[in-house]
Design a protein around this ligand. Sequence first.
Ligand SMILES: Cc1cc2nc3c(=O)[nH]c(=O)nc-3n(C[C@H](O)[C@H](O)[C@H](O)COP(=O)(O)OP(=O)(O)OC[C@H]3O[C@@H](n4cnc5c(N)ncnc54)[C@H](O)[C@@H]3O)c2cc1C
Length: 446
Amino acid sequence: MTTASNTVRTRTVLPVRAARWAMWTFVLVNVVIVETLFLNAGSGKNDVLTVAKFFGVHAALLLLFQLLLVARLPWLDRRIGMDRLTVWHRWLGFTLLWTILTHATLVVLGYATLDDTSMAKTFVALSGVPASLLGMWAAATVLVVAVTSTRSLRRRLRYEVWHGLHLLLYVALGLSFVHQLLETTTFTSSAFATAYWWALWLLAFGALLTGRVVMPLWRNAYHRFTVAAVVPESDTVVSVYVTGRHLDKLPARAGQFCIWRFPGHNHWWSANPFSLSAAPGTQGLRLTAKAVGSTSAGLRNIPTGTRAFVEGPYGAFTSLHRTRPGTLLIAGGVGITPVRAMLEEQPTGDVVVLYRVRSEADAVLLNEVRHLLALHGGRLHLLTGRTRDNATPPFAPDNLHRLVPDITERDVYVCGPPAMTSTVLTTLRDLHVPTQQIHAEKFSLT
Ligand SMILES: Cc1cc2nc3c(=O)[nH]c(=O)nc-3n(C[C@H](O)[C@H](O)[C@H](O)COP(=O)(O)OP(=O)(O)OC[C@H]3O[C@@H](n4cnc5c(N)ncnc54)[C@H](O)[C@@H]3O)c2cc1C
């Protein structure tokens, strides 16, 4: 029998490292090909237009990388995690914006220099050219989405409004694709250049379509997920049990999350991420949600038999990333959900759980956690109280080291509210826990 600890001992390349290597190799190979094609295609009508072309070609490449980052490719997602991919997507998005704006400004400047006229007049003249006009609309759309994604504006917008605006990027994508078809000289400079460019677009569109549309539709048609039971865990927390067909074929792991919709009960555009709060199995899936807004609060009213539309499973917060036989699981509040699921997968008794809650009454799934620890071995520290009332904050380095003296020898999984998770991560760094042994899930993707 293969146990997780055997897997831990025999693995030579960490999954996350393999995925990063694969990604960087892909990026580097394509950058080299694009630079070579750019150099071979010759210069523009003047120096400014040559530089403008350089930025245009790279904006197109960044756009393709963006598509691959948001395609939710399972191999990448399980190794890197959607939260980290989302952070990269954000950075790449702003880089893309500046690249597009530089390209557009240089195009106008380049033609203004060529025609010996003002930039304003050139801008008006270019807007009469269909290919340029498409590029301008694409740039304007990206600008609007980027502005609404700045932290200050994003905080003020409802998630659904912001997400709806974000979907405008698909319009920008279509416009910029046609703009490139009409304008590019780099990718029409040879048969190889054209074949390469089309292959890259097909790969990116194919990945996006498969990951975001085909796979979720196929999975839901195949598994036919249905609500089997709704069980209140407390006044504010509820568990939803979902059953379906062929669940043994669903590639889900304890610690992962899905994006859930309950059509007919919630708005069709409400799709919320919730972790699996029990290890997935042939019996079904379970989510446990705390009421924070209308969707999560309304879960307790979902009638049994309601169809569920489930996207996923997603996330890298799993035992795939274990490097050590010993584990420390740290949960804050409802962050216990993936931790509770992972407890079912623990092969040895060498597990410690730190569960941070205001009071024991707030500790959801506590009996299940205790039961699983009693079954598999392991110990639980329930850390109660308010942080400001404690002389020593529970996640201060001294305290954490006192509770788990061999912490640097363990894999540490942390899941909770963003503020708590950040505090714990800082402490783990202070205690010199090796980076590859730290795994976190922040219940926040944006
Ligand atoms: C990976 C992950 C796993 C999670 N697991 C759990 C869990 O097991 N149990 C639990 O109680 N909570 C979990 N959450 C938090 C949960 O998703 C939110 O509390 C829930 O979506 C709130 O929705 P609402 O409409 O009720 O509230 P709202 O008031 O509409 O939203 C509250 C907050 O949730 C955010 N939010 C809403 N919809 C989404 C979405 N589709 N994607 C990202 N953020 C969104 C909003 O930005 C807002 O900050 C998880 C979050 C993430 C990112």
